[in-house]
Ligand binder design. Sequence first.
Ligand code: MSP
Length: 523
Amino acid sequence: MTDNNKNYYVTTPIYYVNDKPHLGHAYTTIACDVLARFKRLDGYNVKFLTGTDEHGLKVHQAAAKAGVDPQSFTDKVSQNFRDLVGVMNFSNDDFIRTTEDRHKKAAQALWTKLVEKGDIYLDKYSGWYAVRDEAYYGEDELQDVDGKKIAPSGAECEWVEEESYFFKLSEWQDRLLEFYEANPDFIMPDARRNEVVSFVKGGLRDLSISRTNFDWGVPVPGDEKHVMYVWIDALTNYITAIGYPDVDAADFRAYWPADLHMVGKDILRFHAVYWPVFLMAADLAPPKRVFAHGWWTIEGQKMSKSLGNVIAPQDLVDRYGLDQSRYFVLREVPFGNDGNFSHENAVNRINSDLANGLGNLSQRTLSMIYKNCDEQFPQPNEFTEDDKMVLDMAQDQMISKVRTELDKQRFHKAIEEIMLVANEANAYIDRQAPWTLKKEDPERMKTVLYVLAECIRCLGIIMQPLTPSCAAKMLDQVKVAEGERSFAYLSAEHALKAGTKIEKPEGIFPRIVEEEEKAQAAG
Ligand code: MSP
């Protein structure tokens, strides 16, 4: 039997297949991957979902341009996002494609349910439509440029008149506001929550949820000249993957409502306004949280194909290393804010935190143990106050602090808590100076080195979600068995055993020397 409180369901947005994966896409999924890994190590049953959003006019047009049918087109380009899983070492439990049968079935079932509940009606729609954004705009939102109607996003709009099904969103304003009120953590961060609340307070219009001007989508049940609007189709992926419409499926019972939908700020409205209403209308609980993160710019500029500054995840990995890249993007920017990617910052951060901080701590300590303690963890003597202080930070306080921060998606704060311990351990080495103790008080040296090795064990355990491969190497070096790497082992009770043999340590987090020199020369 699974304990419901110990289940955790986290999702990324599903990515449009008409774009190649870039830093922005990788960022969203890295954040979710870290949470998924953290929760697994913290004893949760985790479901971590990602995938691709494959319907809509844009995809239809891109396929036509490539001279292939949309299905073959999406089969090919969706693979780019599957490959990203390997490139970034994502630990997703499922990868959903909206062109799969299971999804079509779920989307149609949700639609049928909404019809039964009386929330969908047929009418005519006319308005300014931007294909690029797959969205309608009000006349007042548009600018006239060279006789063209341009949306605030820069997309060109065309006048469209079509028969469309509508969802009675306008009737849900009060219930939605009540829901926000009763669930203050539903939308995070707070600033985003306030934006959404004022948007809803401004009044909601019924939502056009079907299209007849193209057919690359999920057919509307009972009226197949319509396909579903891409957003109602796409959002449903989150329940498809856990078995909807079978709400008695084991996964559905265990994982719905989702704990967290992670999204970029640009798609918050769909997740925080439309999605909870669709769900409530279908007698399903809304997710527990939607977190909107910020956007990356590159060296101060918007990432764009025309500027040629789009960063492919593979380039990041080739340049800085996989774990280093994962670490950097979450460390550098307070999660939720926009961030600027700069090569210089990446090098500085990776060198100071990973190479000098963790790497050095580990290398200095283990080399001394290897050379001076007969290649094994020494037997410590009685701990001093200073020893106890560092041990307590690493074995006990760190995990609860990191957990608190991550439960609020404050990745940068969680990382700060970890680095505080690494820095404290480095300061402790300098204070205790084991190299001097070697001659003056070899017994004391043993205790100090033991304390440090134990700090490395704890840091290795807690770094696993962020830097999985490097943390595994750290733990291999301090001989922690595979089955003893979960957070349950973060306590004095599971401390390293004196007498355990170690191998000659090798550096884990290399310094980026050449690049740093270049950056200095340029700066
Ligand atoms: N298909 C929709 C989502 C449907 S979810 C039911 C979509 N796809 S997308 O591929 O355009 O974007 C996916 C995610 O990538 C969004 O969360 C978006 O915020 C994120 N990013 C795209 N560019 C980004 C940056 N430059 N920086 C950070 N994240 C960015 O929207």
